[in-house]
Design a protein around this ligand. Sequence first.
Ligand code: NAG
Ligand code: NAG
Ligand code: NAG
Ligand code: NAG
Ligand code: NAG
Ligand code: NAG
Ligand code: NAG
Ligand code: NAG
Ligand code: NAG
Length: 422
Amino acid sequence: MLKSTFIFSALLSLSVQALPADNATAYFSGLESSLINNGLSGLWNAIVVANHTDTGPDLINKLYSDDQFTIYAPNNAAWDGSGLSQPPANGDLVSLLSYNIVQATLNSSTDIAPIRHHTIAFTELRSPTVDLPGDQTQVIVLETAVNATTGQDVNDGTVLVRGDNWNATSAGEQFVYSNLHIQPIDKILAVPSPLLKTLSQSGLAIAANLGATSAISAISDAGLNDTLSSECHGCTFFIPVNAAIDVATNFTGLGNDEKRNVLLNHVLNGSTVYSPDLNPGNAYITSAGMPLIYLADDQGKKFVSVGQYRASILRSDIPVSNGVVHLIDTLMIESQNNHERADSAASSASSEAESRTTTTNVIGVGNTQAPLTTSATQTSSAATANSTQAESFALRSMRGPGDIESALKVSIIALVLGRLWI
Ligand SMILES: *[C@@H]1O[C@H](CO)[C@@H](O)[C@H](O)[C@H]1NC(C)=O
Ligand SMILES: *[C@@H]1O[C@H](CO)[C@@H](O)[C@H](O)[C@H]1NC(C)=O
Ligand SMILES: *[C@@H]1O[C@H](CO)[C@@H](O)[C@H](O)[C@H]1NC(C)=O
Ligand SMILES: *[C@@H]1O[C@H](CO)[C@@H](O)[C@H](O)[C@H]1NC(C)=O
Ligand SMILES: *[C@@H]1O[C@H](CO)[C@@H](O)[C@H](O)[C@H]1NC(C)=O
Ligand SMILES: *[C@@H]1O[C@H](CO)[C@@H](O)[C@H](O)[C@H]1NC(C)=O
Ligand SMILES: *[C@@H]1O[C@H](CO)[C@@H](O)[C@H](O)[C@H]1NC(C)=O
Ligand SMILES: *[C@@H]1O[C@H](CO)[C@@H](O)[C@H](O)[C@H]1NC(C)=O
Ligand SMILES: *[C@@H]1O[C@H](CO)[C@@H](O)[C@H](O)[C@H]1NC(C)=O
């Protein structure tokens, strides 16, 4: 009781100093003008409608605080195009708005990772719409837009938000209202689906042989539907594309237990590892208990390896409601397992998640400036983003010959380590 009173007054004194406007009424009327003046009346309308739901007011009132947010603001054409110009007042609308709000300020010109890299930003979309460990929220995946003709970054502050089978793009200049960075975009960001539904999206890949429907069949045939969905809370899935599974004749002849092991050797149980957090040389323990090693070469190509098998990552960071998918080009037919090691990895992942006290707001930030945050929890998160970002930068700037050598050394050490672990 005493403790909570203390925390309450500490928060109160913090917020009194840095409130974004004199009072909530003034703040929201300023937000209304700001959105409408910038051609975003559809978003304001959605906020007003969401305010009439059970959970909407919590989300909306959260904005009026000394925390900082970035809103990826669907423009009016986006609401019209989705048939949501008059959205229904329900929980789905609140989920949708939550997914368009990031818990940090991200400057579209300076903070977004360049082509072939991702900035991962944690949104306000939470459980039960997401099934991630601890208090982790769903992410959006950002990169700077490229010029279709030259294939180079356009470098004009245009950002791309990458979904499973859609991209959203900046639709106008980012602007600031009080504690909010507001980036107009041309689509409503669609809330990620569960694993199997995401894998069945026909637009997931640019060509059918890069799709993931064969992986669904393999998972289903091995009786792993539930294991990888309702029983996998915040997992990392390395999913072989159709072409990879279709040529894996050695897999076809395996017994059911071995097939399950092979598939579980493509999954990290209970930890959701996005690409900026994959460090070359790191070894992870799969759901089958074998070491999975992440490697990167000097060209920026990324690999994972289990046993004697190695796969290239073709596309990283496809968010799903219970984790993240990275598409790979090879089925790694490692059929051994080690239950003890799998259990211990799962339980340490889950205790790590439960004991987490700071929230990471952003990983893989595009420049050296950490996003500014002001609340007590978010100050420590900025530090997390800062160190993570230093690592992803080190990765990205591995260009000189010396660096290539050291990268190779790391990979060889990792491979040796991998063997020893087995
Ligand atoms: C809220 O702030 C506005 C503008 O500063 C002021 O006009 C209004 O009286 C305030 N309302 C309350 C209830 O304090
Ligand atoms: C939300 O609803 C409350 C209660 O009706 C009202 O006081 C508040 O101004 C509304 N906020 C917005 C942003 O519409
Ligand atoms: C983003 O950074 C650029 C370059 O530093 C700056 O000119 C611009 O004002 C910033 N934008 C926002 C919305 O803070
Ligand atoms: C893409 O690059 C070409 C060649 O430099 C240029 O002419 C064109 O305007 C660029 N397009 C955009 C959208 O920036
Ligand atoms: C999204 O953008 C990426 C990067 O430019 C591109 O490779 C991909 O094909 C786009 N996807 C869709 C569905 O437009
Ligand atoms: C597994 O899920 C897939 C995709 O939803 C479905 O087609 C298949 O029938 C399911 N398999 C079983 C055994 O329920
Ligand atoms: C298939 O199995 C054979 C015999 O065990 C082995 O020599 C070969 O390397 C395997 N091929 C693949 C692609 O795993
Ligand atoms: C993950 O670990 C939990 C707890 O040990 C277990 O119940 C679950 O079946 C595991 N899931 C997978 C995909 O291995
Ligand atoms: C970020 O890292 C730099 C260099 O390591 C350090 O000087 C700075 O204080 C850090 N910022 C935060 C917010 O931790």
